[in-house]
Design a protein around this ligand. Structure first.
Ligand code: SF4
Length: 310
């Protein structure tokens, strides 16, 4: 996939990525040099009461918990109690992104299907991280399911995106992390794809989150969360964040501005406070039934979901 994008004949969808999403040739916005420090100060001020109550404990906030706690607190409590375990559907995205990463970084010409096999092999060799241990022990059927899903995802990416050039500085499955209030609160996220680089105080980074299925409201919140973490990390915001829907080739994108980042900071602080109240202070969760009930570990016993058609 690496290589001569100039020589490549692009499909209309790939052209749309270049012009509308990547904004090739468009001017990038500049921001105040102290924006990130102001955002950090605002977050730490909002989170100070939480940090004080944590004493020597640490609260870890990640994208999924934040989304759940803002949608239905009961859902967050149920998933925290159930714990996360890898499965074929959960491993598909990681394997697909690893294959795409290999296609960008390796000077080899295998098709993506072969790179998916290589990605599974590499990930399964790392028993301590990600889906490694699960993949290493997975049945032939589970591996086949992961392979099929990852190939589908990677090929759709290849169909819809122009060949990724190394000069675009692609980062895949890139971890973003920030530590607040003397390390008592840690916030982490992982972006599917980041391209570009800031120059001085001028934005240059595009963040893309790949999705399957239909758009949802919380996808926008995820993007803003990434924009905030990237700003705190790099000191300059990304110029744009986007959810790319691989099944439809459609995109929801937002240009990043100060108001968006401030709203993301308020949502993060509010969510961290709720997580603290639920996890540490053991406040009973509020329940709010909705479409997410079908994915909730508590759906069989939850009084709020009972009797509703979900
Ligand atoms: S079943 Fe629905 S209402 Fe009940 S805790 Fe889960 S998400 Fe919330």
């Amino acid at each position: 996939m690496v290589g001569a994008v100039e020589a490549a004949v692009l499909t209309p969808t790939q052209e749309r990525v270049m012009s509308d999403l990547m904004g090739s040739g468009q001017a990038r916005p500049s921001f105040e040099a102290d924006l990130a420090s102001h955002l950090r100060a605002d977050l730490e001020e909002r989170l100070a009461p939480v940090a004080e109550q944590l004493e020597d404990r640490q609260l870890v906030v990640h994208k999924s918990a934040l989304a759940r706690v803002h949608t239905c607190e009961g859902h967050q409590v149920a998933e925290a109690e159930a714990g996360f375990s890898w499965s074929a559907p959960a491993a598909v995205g990681v394997v697909a992104h690893k294959a795409i990463e290999l296609s960008v970084c390796l000077a080899r010409t295998e098709g993506l299907a072969a790179l998916v096999d290589l990605a599974i092999e590499r990930l399964a060799a790392d028993l301590d991280r990600g889906p490694g241990a699960w993949l290493a022990a997975a049945s032939e059927l589970d591996r086949a399911e992961v392979r099929g899903g990852a190939i589908d995802r990677a090929l759709k990416f290849e169909d819809e995106f122009p060949p990724i050039k190394r000069a675009w500085r692609p980062r895949l499955e890139s971890t973003l992390l920030t530590s607040l209030c003397n390390d008592r609160i840690v916030v982490r996220g992982k972006v599917d794809l980041a391209l570009g680089q800031a120059r001085g105080t001028t934005s240059g980074v595009l963040i893309v989150d790949f999705k399957t299925g239909k758009p949802r409201r919380d996808h926008t919140d995820d993007l803003r969360f990434y924009a905030l973490l990237e700003t705190l990390r790099a000191g300059v915001p990304p110029f744009r964040v986007a959810s790319w829907y691989l099944d439809s080739g459609q995109c929801h994108q937002e240009d990043v501005d100060v108001q968006l980042l401030q709203a993301a900071a308020r949502r993060l602080a509010d969510g961290a406070r709720k997580l603290h109240e639920l996890e540490v202070a053991r406040r009973p969760p509020t329940l709010s039934a909705g479409p997410m009930c079908q994915y909730c570990s508590a759906r069989q016993t939850c009084p709020e979901a009972a009797g509703r058609s979900l």
